[in-house]
Design a protein around this ligand. Sequence first.
Ligand code: PMP
Length: 393
Amino acid sequence: MLDRLDAQPPDALLALIKMYAADEREDKIDLGVGVYRTNDGATPVFRSIKLAEQRLIDEQDSKSYLGPEGDSGFVKALMPYIFGDDETLAARIEGMQTPGGTGAVRLAVALAAKAGVKRVHLGVPSWPNHAQILDDVGVETVTFRHSTDKGTADLDAVLATIDAAGAGDAVLLHGCCHNPTGIDYTAEEWAQIAEAFVASGALPILDIAYQGLGQGMEEDVAGVRTVLDRVPEALIAYSCDKNFGLYRDRVGAFYMMAEQPDQLAAIASNANALARANWSMPPDHGGAAVRIALEDAHMTQVWQDELDEMRSRMRRVRERLAQADNEAPGLGLASLADQNGLFAMLPLTKDQIVKLREEHAIYMAGSGRINVAGLHAGNTEKFIAALADVTKG
Ligand code: PMP
């Protein structure tokens, strides 16, 4: 029976990782994999997480099961960062821990489907797993254009989408640091998006995977909060894997916002049932470490300093790239300084991307997506020169 299964296409990014590893050129540059890198190209465990893990090891006295909702202290500790300190809003929100942001997106879509959502609208390009999850859950995916050629968000497209969507439809939006474009909505655009949701009755699914890596912890969720302030209901997927550097420990959270607090128990019981059927309960370690870090003032400060350092480093790279385009227009880097987070899309042809790899040992996704954090003081000038070479004439 199993021989009926057709082979699935290999993950293009994993193939790229292999090619990069096999490349012996010393000055090779990896802009493919989506993890933060320091000035030395490393992706270290955060100092704040090391401190929290040490305390966890010293103090944890049992690894007995928790429930499908995971570590509720972790889920609660994150809430002020995401939702602010409005207690009326918090009373309408219930959360649970998930295996990464991926698990949270999965739960959001599955719960929406269980509540009767048949179609989910998705701005493209998007994180490839969005479409895979929608497909796997069995809802219809309707795409709209996320951004324009000018490097700005396509506001008309998202507003038209929300206007045309009605009750029974959900619209999935990135909260900040859009993957893969880096193009986020402005505050004014979020305000219009919020009004459109109110008018249409479509369900917002908001995916926040990079809080703190764009403009700042508060700034990066301001748009999401604008929507939550206005709409009756929303589902929020959250990842701690980038902003706490916990990638493989799979740390995420899923929040449900209901119109009335007394509706939450029934909604959350459905999310719990879905979690039970999918993974029973989330892995504990990373979530527990985040909880400990957020409950300790010193560790929280260390974490915020680490996040500030990461964000300013990426900002410097973005500014240098935009400046290079200013000095020699045509590199396709002009709008990078106005964009956020780890990723940017460069307007390169397939041939130019291959040439960058073969002639300059620069590895990036076939879509033209680069991980800005793969660049640093030691390799940015080489990258700019290589880009000038492949885009000339
Ligand atoms: N949403 C988006 C937009 C992402 O880019 C990612 C990670 N690449 C995720 C969710 C999931 O993150 P995690 O690794 O925590 O599953």
